[in-house]
Ligand binder design. Structure first.
Ligand SMILES: [Mg+2]
Length: 411
């Protein structure tokens, strides 16, 4: 089975409300690139990548020159064909590789009529549990609903998500407001969620000293881990005496960094992202290293539609050492581009697809609808906040958002 074509389509799918993070915001929608890889037998495999637009589509189309005629089964060769680590100093294609790897696994699974999890060693669980992944949010400009900036609003939002989806683990995406305000919010979250496990993730925005103070102030709460409290492996290492397990999706995102973390431990839980690591299979390999060295693993979310979510579910299904709920932005989406619409949460978990390949198919009408919406709205700068024109953060940050400011009407 040989690759004959690679076709990218940029789409934008609306979110329930704009989501704030330490570096900026998701401006009320996700921009993603759907990648179709066609094989010489007519089958089409699906991949997905974050971001999109002309340059992302051009980068994917440029891979035709490298990959037309490539054997879909030759997944190790694929890595060296387009993402050789020494060549990648000049042309980092890790995320492109990931999208193509997803599609090749999808093709192999379809051809053999088996789900991708069977190609990865077989599933160990039928569902993957997820955390609630709470964000500070602006209100949706169209409805005026959904704002989260106060402890009270966060508590209401968390209770609502728990009631709707059944989450038993709650992660607060933080690093937006001053840590004192976020501490009040996090304690309100604990109060609202009846002893459920909690995660705080300021995306490396705190200084080591701020992070240490924050850790002390939440020590009595049911914290599962402290995610990227400060920047850098050396910063994280200084926080190993706080008593809170440390997790990362920023400073251990490849095998070199994983090795460094094994030799001189900084982080306890590695959050594996099928895109950042270059595919599902590298994440399975990394999880094996983590099993050997007794590091924790969880499944990370860098934003996803149903195709990428399927990769996260197949990964979560086959990891024996998955001892934490996965993250997903998925419940913030209003719609999806897969047949059947959005996958459902039951008791905080999503069923692992059992159909051939990734087990998801493209809804062509939805793809066309959201490609048109992308053409209408265009991209947005992920590292800017639409409510604070001209703003950008420092590391460690001291340019916090003001929780008392009214929502800007410029969104
Ligand atoms: Mg994170």
């Amino acid at each position: 089975m040989k690759i004959v074509d690679i076709r990218p389509t940029t789409v934008t799918v609306p979110l329930e409300a704009p989501l704030l993070h330490s570096n900026g915001a998701h401006w009320g929608r996700f921009v993603r690139t759907v990648v179709e890889v066609e094989a010489d037998n007519g089958l089409i495999g699906l991949g997905e990548m974050g971001g999109g637009g002309q340059s992302a589509e051009d980068a994917l189309r440029a891979l035709r020159e490298y990959l037309v005629g490539h054997d879909v089964y030759a997944l190790e060769a694929l890595r060296f064909a387009i993402a050789n680590p020494t060549a990648s100093l000049y042309n980092n294609r890790t995320q492109l590789l990931a999208a193509i790897e997803f599609a090749c696994l999808d093709l192999i699974g379809q051809y053999q009529n088996v789900p991708v999890h069977d190609l990865l060693g077989g599933k160990l669980r039928d569902t993957v549990p997820f955390a609630s992944y709470l964000f500070f949010r602006y209100a949706d400009p169209a409805t005026g609903l959904g704002e989260v900036r106060t402890p009270e609003q966060l508590a209401v939002h968390a209770k609502d998500l728990k009631a709707r989806y059944g989450f038993r683990t709650h992660k607060l995406k933080a690093g937006v407001f001053h840590p004192d305000h976020e501490l009040d919010c996090y304690r309100a979250l604990a109060e609202a969620t009846d002893g459920d496990l909690l995660r705080y993730d300021p995306n490396g925005a705190l200084s080591v000293n701020q992070a240490r103070r924050f850790a002390r102030a939440i020590a009595d709460l049911p914290n599962e881990y402290f995610e990227d409290p400060t920047w850098g492996m050396n910063g994280m290492r200084q926080l190993r005496d706080t008593g809170l397990p440390l997790a990362t999706n920023t400073v251990v995102v490849n095998f070199e960094q994983l090795a460094a973390n094994v030799r001189d431990p900084a982080v306890d839980v590695i959050l594996l992202d099928t895109t950042f690591w270059g595919g599902i299979r590298p994440c399975v390999k990394a999880a094996g290293v983590c099993e050997t060295f007794q590091l924790g693993v969880a499944v990370h979310s860098s934003g996803e539609l149903g195709i990428q979510l399927a990769t996260m579910l197949h990964l979560g299904a086959v990891l024996p050492n998955l001892d934490h709920a996965a993250d997903a932005h998925y419940h913030h989406l209003r719609d999806d581009i897969i047949v059947g619409g959005k996958m459902s949460y039951v008791n905080g978990a999503i069923a692992v697809p059992d159909g051939p390949g990734l087990g998801v198919r493209l809804d062509r009408d939805k793809l066309a609808e959201y490609a048109e919406l992308y053409r209408e709205l265009g991209g947005y700068p992920y590292d800017r906040d639409p409510g604070r024109p001209g703003w950008y953060p420092l590391i460690p940050n001291d340019r916090w958002a003001d929780p008392t400011a009214p929502q800007p009407d410029t969104l």
